[in-house]
Ligand binder design. Structure first.
Ligand SMILES: NC(=O)c1ccc[n+]([C@@H]2O[C@H](COP(=O)([O-])OP(=O)(O)OC[C@H]3O[C@@H](n4cnc5c(N)ncnc54)[C@H](OP(=O)(O)O)[C@@H]3O)[C@@H](O)[C@H]2O)c1
Length: 298
């Protein structure tokens, strides 16, 4: 059971502080000297401010969480492939138990922030508006759309923050490409897969502000335009001084490896720009700093 007390705490909760976004958000709030409790899928020894919480366990098995003014739900099964392979099992986590936890937290007086995705849309048009009807083409996107719809009953006690691709220097894809290129091995980036990257720093700042100020409604963060992963790979090779021939672009559609290949991933982000002061970046201003590379001295 979660604590029944509410309303008086200045604490923040990060559900899923073991993930990329949740971990960065918890660090941000700690640096800002906010009281913050995180949850993680697996127990974390020696840190009383992180408690284990497995959404799959359901409400009866969840730990008592301290009273808090806001909670950001970062825990989810985020692999599109995992969702495609096990739609029922992953929906139980991403929709059913996520909604149960959100309702429980809201009943305690907590403002709830849910992170969603551009994949609630089908990618046939650029700059989707927040009020456009959901039209997901992936299992993961259907989970996000269903969770969003379920959260609507919480009214002004909930915010939905839709993100495009969260970009950061530790991105596994970038690391893998960099390692292969440095070994002189070819890489095969997709020509027909796009991203409208936003930086992890921007994401964290917006999540914190939306939570701290209980700013309800739908917030969308996005770069101004899409770039292809093939273009990113080409730029990386250039920055590393590698032979351009090592970059051998392929069409994702021809590999059959992707559930869906959206032509457009941008979201219309005017509300965040005007009300939160978040600029809508050009994609290369987000990507370029993550490609920086300082060679080892020989
Ligand atoms: N990163 C992006 O580009 C992006 C874009 C749009 C939206 N989002 C959304 O942003 C949120 C955070 O994403 P992220 O990039 O930080 O993903 P992430 O690094 O995969 O973090 C998600 C965390 O949830 C955990 N988790 C999985 N199953 C769980 C369960 N049953 N109970 C509790 N925790 C569980 C994961 O643990 P394991 O790793 O051990 O499974 C992981 O630590 C997600 O809702 C994601 O869909 C992310």
């Amino acid at each position: 059971m979660l604590s029944a007390q509410s309303g008086v705490s200045d604490r923040r909760l990060v559900i899923g502080a073991d993930g990329l976004v949740g971990g960065a958000l918890r660090t941000y709030w700690r640096h800002a000297r906010r009281a913050v409790t995180g949850t993680s899928l697996l127990p974390v020894a020696g840190d009383p401010e992180v408690v284990p919480l497995d959404l799959a366990g359901g409400p009866a098995r969840w730990p008592t969480l301290p009273p808090a003014r806001a909670a950001v739900l970062c825990a989810a099964i985020t692999s599109l492939e995992a969702c495609r392979r096990d739609p029922g099992g992953t929906r139980e986590i991403n929709v059913v138990q996520t909604l149960a936890l959100a309702r429980r937290l809201a009943e305690q007086g907590c403002f709830v922030v849910f992170i969603s995705s551009n994949l609630v849309f089908d990618g046939t048009r650029p700059r989707r508006h927040p009020d456009d009807a959901a039209c997901p083409q992936t299992e993961y996107g259907r989970h996000k759309a269903e969770a969003e719809a379920g959260l609507a009953s919480l009214g002004d006690r909930v915010a939905i923050v839709r993100l495009t691709k969260v970009w950061h220097p530790g991105l596994a894809l970038l690391r893998g490409w960099r390692e292969r290129l440095e070994r002189g091995e070819p890489i095969q980036p997709f020509t027909d897969l796009a991203c409208a990257p936003i930086s992890l720093e921007t994401v964290v700042r917006v999540l914190a502000q939306v939570a701290d100020e209980a700013r309800s409604g739908i917030w969308q963060l996005s770069a101004a335009a899409d770039v292809s992963y093939a273009a990113v790979a080409g730029r990386l090779a250039e920055r590393l001084g590698c032979a351009a021939a090592l970059v051998r672009p392929v069409a994702a559609a021809s590999t059959g490896r992707l559930e869906h290949c959206p032509a457009h991933t941008t979201l219309e982000a005017a509300r965040a720009a005007s009300l939160l002061g978040v600029p809508v970046p050009e994609p290369w201003t987000v990507i370029d700093p993550t490609l920086a590379y300082v060679p080892e001295p020989r």
